[in-house]
Design a protein. Structure first.
Length: 91
């Protein structure tokens, strides 16, 4: 196995509930009240921090959009921000 890989297990209770082991919660960065996402791929299930997963999906969806919009430098981005702020002030 890889150096950053480990195995843990938990018991499924009568209502289908499982307590996520502390070590796993720490790796995922989740605490009481946080949400997790289950990703099913064939007969394998991955559990991920929902907030982190949502950000990864958003980043993937947005990849290349700046270039398609003609924003090829920091100056282009700053000019767009200033333009949008001016529109908000004039509305």
């Amino acid at each position: 196995m890889l150096a950053n890989t480990f195995v843990d297990n938990a018991k499924v209770m009568a209502k289908g509930q499982v307590t996520i082991p502390k070590d796993i919660r720490e790796v995922l960065g989740v605490a009481s009240g946080d949400r997790i996402t289950f990703i099913v791929e064939g007969n394998t299930v991955r559990i991920v921090n929902s907030a982190v997963y949502a950000m990864q999906v958003l980043q993937k969806e947005m990849a290349g959009e700046a270039e398609r919009a003609g924003l090829t430098s920091d100056d282009d981005v700053m000019a767009l921000v200033k333009e949008l702020r001016n529109e908000d002030e004039n509305a």
